[in-house]
Ligand binder design. Structure first.
Ligand code: C5P
Length: 220
């Protein structure tokens, strides 16, 4: 089965998708990490973030890999180098929507995502999985939560990691990223017409996981 999980920033997609994939023994693919890796590559090489052909040229030659890390985490490697923590930095988070809006970059990464998904049971999370990457997915979920909830969760997560951040600042960043992701020309963030809407505002991680597993099992 192919499971597509889309939704806005910080809705808990990767946490839940990972748990769902584990429960079903499916592969999990975090497509956001691929756009973050592309952004990291462009910044590292000092490329103009509007130069779509230069970025995609380098991206096509680069190798993005995923491997299991400690405590059920997934590590992201770019050309063999572990960039897992680096791609979560404020600098990458602030620039990723600009790079992800470039059509050539999307073309390159969508082709890689489809290749990874071929002939495999997979849970893939992102913004355009149900609409573009896997339009024939067996199950499509659009996961959302209020901006206030999403900002609060991200704030707690940052605090637990020892990062100091302002709740108001996080909320502003989430709103800006959602705006950019929903208003780009190519594959904007949008609920697929056949996706099931799951609002996680008043649910905890376990409740959301069980809810999505129940939706998937109905289709098995
Ligand atoms: O999921 P995450 O927040 O890590 O994604 C980072 C960014 O990557 C998103 O804000 C969006 O700009 C881009 N993205 C995308 N399409 C996807 C996944 C992520 O455009 N399928």
């Amino acid at each position: 089965m192919k499971i597509a999980i889309d939704g806005p920033a910080s809705a808990g997609k990767s946490t839940i998708s990972k748990k769902v994939a584990q429960a079903l023994h499916y592969t999990y693919l975090d497509t956001g990490a691929m756009y973050r890796a592309a952004t990291y590559l462009a910044l590292k090489l000092g490329l103009d973030l509007n130069d779509a052909s230069k970025i995609s040229e380098h991206l096509a030659q680069a190798k993005i890999d995923f491997q299991p890390g400690p405590d059920n985490t997934q590590q992201v490697l770019l050309n063999g180098v572990d960039i897992t923590a680096t791609i979560r930095s404020e600098q990458i988070t602030g620039a990723v929507s600009q790079v992800a809006a470039l059509p050539e970059v999307r073309q390159t990464l969508v082709a890689q995502q489809r290749k990874i998904a071929a002939a495999k049971d997979i849970v893939m999370d992102g913004r355009d999985i149900g609409t573009t990457v896997l339009p024939d997915a067996d199950v499509k979920i659009f996961m959302t939560a209020s901006v206030a909830q999403r900002a609060q969760r991200r704030y707690l997560e940052n605090t637990q990691k020892g990062m100091t951040s302002s709740l108001a600042e996080i909320k502003k960043d989430i709103e800006l990223r959602d705006y950019k992701d929903s208003h780009r020309q190519v594959s904007p963030l949008k609920q697929a017409s056949d996706a099931v809407l799951v609002d996680t505002s008043n649910l905890d991680i376990e409740q959301v996981t069980q809810k999505i597993l129940a939706i998937i099992r109905q289709k098995m």
